[in-house]
Design a protein around this ligand. Structure first.
Ligand code: ADP
Ligand code: MG
Length: 419
């Protein structure tokens, strides 16, 4: 990771140190503090222009950035975590939260932990969410990171504590299977925004992969992708005790060059080993994307079902819908309204109407083999999406099933030799 001494900016110019340029500041010169007021929008990150000047030896010495105020604004962000990883890992989760909260409150940041120094600048926009915009950041030596720019809004449960929880959930996940959190930044000047930095993952999200990659035309391939995702979710439950809680194609990355699949966006995830009354757990258990999650009915909690069971069942339901998305471009609830989170028609008829439409489509276009394939897995969809939580397919039933076991996984070797 480049250090504070590797590069810095001044007057809108981004300098790389260690070159022979006369314009360089002294090595011990600090990164200048921001001179501009808060609230600079950087939605148009694509418009930042990098101009590289090269020495005779071809070395990049200088990059010019047009939006000086943007750089100033971004440079007001510093890490709230301890500088030394050893210090961080010697603290319990709650002590680390207290430590970060204190830094946030007192703004006792360290010079070497500046956002721009560590992770560079936004290169392009990756997505807009309700409370967050996600950017791809680039450092001067061209390493990429993903930075989620989050607007704090306690009325909508977007609190510093919740982001800290997302960091704690993701920092130790296996980077081969999941999006990993790296750091949290707060600003000296702007109390309303937080930056959450993650490892960059190659590829596209599954929703655009399904649309653009012809391999998804073949249900056999969709089965393989489904199994690979399902295995990762199972590992998330068993090895990390975490319910993802917002599984959907947008939150799954697929790299078509390497066939690697990684699950991202743990913004709604929760620990299944915490008490059911824990604040974030209650909130996250009842959140999700309409269509992909089934509202937890209070009697499921009152009766015999424990939290671990419900967390797993919630992910299974979302996995079912994700599986359907891979088999068909349609939304499973097109016959209901998207607002109809209780899936009224499904309740009434007990039939997955869109699944029947999918079969009819294959029948009418004479695609016999595809028809056979999707008929074969219809029973799976039914069990995965049972509205009655206690009758839903469990992960244990899934991974021990003969058909499931025979599907090749795209990840040849999984950690722990599980499969
Ligand atoms: N680690 C990552 N690597 C590459 N792209 C990512 C990464 N994390 C997120 N993205 C992209 O950014 C989009 C939004 O990120 P996400 O974490 O899902 O935020 P939100 O909470 O706004 O949904 C994703 O759908 C994906 O396309
Ligand atoms: Mg998302």
């Amino acid at each position: 990771m480049p250090s504070n001494r590797d590069y810095y900016y001044e007057d809108g110019i981004f300098f790389s140190k260690g070159s022979s340029s006369k314009d360089m500041l002294e090595d011990n010169e600090a990164v200048p503090l921001p001179k501009y007021p808060i609230g600079v929008s950087f939605r148009k990150a694509d418009q930042i222009h990098f101009r590289e000047l090269r020495t005779e030896h071809g070395r990049v010495i200088l990059t010019q950035i047009k939006q000086k105020c943007l750089v100033d604004y971004l440079s007001s962000f510093y890490s709230v975590l301890p500088e030394e990883k050893d210090d961080e890992y010697s603290m319990s989760h709650s002590d680390l939260l207290k430590y970060s909260q204190r830094r946030l409150r007192d703004k006792t940041f360290t010079e070497g932990t500046n956002l721009v120094t560590k992770f560079g600048l936004p290169r392009r926009n990756l997505g807009y969410g309700g409370f967050a915009t996600t950017y791809k950041f680039i450092t001067i030596d061209k390493t990429y990171h993903v930075v989620k720019y989050i607007t704090l809004d306690p009325r909508r449960f977007t609190t510093f504590e919740k982001i800290h929880e997302e960091y704690l959930i993701t920092r130790d996940l296996d980077p081969k299977l999941f999006g990993v959190g790296l750091d949290i930044f707060a600003s000296l000047k702007d109390p309303y925004h937080i930056m959450f930095v993650q490892k960059f993952i190659e590829g596209k999200d599954l929703i655009s992969s399904i649309e653009s990659n012809p391999r998804f035309q073949n249900p056999e391939f969709s089965f393989q992708v489904f199994k690979t995702i399902a295995n990762s979710v199972h590992i998330l439950h068993e090895q990390y005790n975490i319910c993802h809680s917002d599984l959907k194609p947008e939150n799954i990355m697929f790299d078509s060059d390497t066939d690697k699949i990684k699950i991202i966006d743990f913004g709604m995830s929760f620990r299944m080993d915490l008490p059911i009354t824990s604040y974030t757990n209650v909130v996250n258990l009842n959140c999700g994307t309409p269509g992909y999650y089934q509202r937890i009915r209070s009697n499921d909690l009152e009766y015999e079902l424990d939290y671990n069971y419900i967390g797993r069942a919630k992910d299974m339901f979302s996995l079912g819908h994700t599986f359907f998305n891979m088999l068909s471009y349609n939304n499973l609830w097109d016959n209901c309204s998207m607002k109809d989170v209780a899936y009224a028609k499904y309740y009434k008829t007990g039939r997955l109407l869109e699944y029947e439409n999918l079969k009819r489509r294959y029948y009418e276009t004479g695609q016999k083999e595809k028809l056979q394939q999707v008929v074969k897995v219809e029973i799976w969809l039914r069990y995965m999406m049972q509205l009655n939580v206690s009758a839903r397919l469990t992960f244990y039933q899934m991974i021990t099933d003969e058909w499931f076991r025979r599907i090749p996984t795209l990840h040849k070797k999984l950690p722990g030799g599980l499969y």
